[in-house]
Design a binder for this molecule. Structure first.
Ligand code: HEC
Length: 198
């Protein structure tokens, strides 16, 4: 009887080692890429870990900025300038950079994001999400915190975006000097001021 217990322990160790080696070989065979969708289990585990790590007081913090049209507009302008490169103007994440990351930028109009509290949204915007493409935007200033709360108001508005708002955001998206020049050439051309480029 006494001899069987250590033997069982060795079998358990051998099985655990074999499983680890098997998992390592399988992962190696799968290679690495940022162009894949996280598995539902991976996503659920990451979300619950994040929820667990956000302190209760931060999660329950109320939004001090009222949902006025001005606050939503301010959030919209800020989003077009700083966030849309990865999240797209409509928050869908359906844009080259957002899609190519692992994990990809989520569709923020979805239940998964909208069921986060205002405090959780504020927290991740200010502090970023480690091991993902989501940067930390907080700079510690009261002004910065206010604009983050405005961004939270805008995220709540994503499901009700109008075509006019989408067009306005396109004007506010960052453009390189080359983009600016091209836009000016097109304007000049259309208004008859520019030379015709063959
Ligand atoms: C460089 C790319 C990038 C930029 C710029 C960026 N984000 Fe993100 N963001 C991401 C990625 C990638 C995720 C997904 C992280 C994850 O899956 O945990 C994310 C996640 C989030 C989330 C969590 C949503 C959820 O459902 O988990 C919020 C909120 C968010 N971003 C807001 C913003 C705001 C507001 C800005 C602009 C101030 C911004 N992001 C700018 C890449 C970016």
């Amino acid at each position: 009887m006494a001899a069987t217990r250590p033997r069982r322990a060795w079998i358990a160790v051998a099985v655990a080692l074999a499983m680890t080696a098997g998992a390592a070989a399988w992962l190696r065979g799968a290679g690495i890429t940022s162009r894949r969708k996280p598995w539902p289990l991976e996503e659920a585990a990451a979300r619950s870990m994040r929820r667990y790590l956000i302190p209760g007081a931060a999660r329950n913090a109320p939004n001090p900025v009222s949902p006025t049209p001005e606050a939503i507009r301010a959030g919209m302008a800020h989003f077009a300038d700083h966030c849309a490169t990865c999240h797209a103007n409509d928050g869908s994440g359906d844009i080259a950079l957002g899609r190519s990351m692992f994990p990809p930028a989520p569709d923020m109009r979805s239940e998964a994001t909208q069921s986060m509290t205002d405090g959780e949204l504020f927290y991740v915007i200010e502090r970023g999400i480690p091991f993902t493409g989501m940067p930390a935007w907080g700079n510690g200033s009261a002004e910065g915190r206010r604009s983050t709360w405005e961004l939270v108001r805008f995220i709540r508005h994503l499901g009700q975006m109008t075509d006019a708002e989408m067009r306005e955001m396109e004007d506010l998206n960052p453009r390189s000097p080359a983009d600016e020049k091209q836009a000016k050439d097109i304007d000049d051309f259309l208004s008859g001021r520019g030379k015709i480029i063959k």
